[in-house]
Ligand binder design. Structure first.
Ligand SMILES: [Zn+2]
Length: 102
């Protein structure tokens, strides 16, 4: 009888250990849920990425020629203080009618 109790106790111990290991594996190994955009890992990565991209929101400025909104950091400033999305647009504004006839 004592032997049976011992075996049961050992089995219980082994089961507890395996359960603990299994639980740790479940939290480490990526499952189907890890690829969800709401998974903790994905959320953390996204927050990290967006924080690195721009800690402060960058202002958008409108191109004086084509009307495209571009981040202020990427916009090109014209001679007259206007902003342009590209060199092409700036040249078009500067060249004006001269380029239009091309
Ligand atoms: Zn433009």
């Amino acid at each position: 009888m004592q032997r049976i109790l011992l075996v049961v106790a050992v089995l219980l111990l082994v089961w507890r250990v395996l359960a603990a290991i299994g639980k740790r594996l479940v939290t480490r190994v990526p499952g189907a849920d890890s690829f969800s955009r709401y998974a903790p890992e994905a959320r953390r990565r996204r927050r990290q990425w967006s924080g690195r991209a721009n800690g402060q929101l960058e202002e958008l400025v409108e191109c004086a020629v084509c009307g495209t909104f571009v981040p202020a950091g990427r916009a090109l400033d014209g001679a007259d203080g206007r902003s342009f999305c590209s060199r092409d647009c700036r040249e078009r504004a500067a060249g004006g009618a001269a380029d239009a006839g091309r």
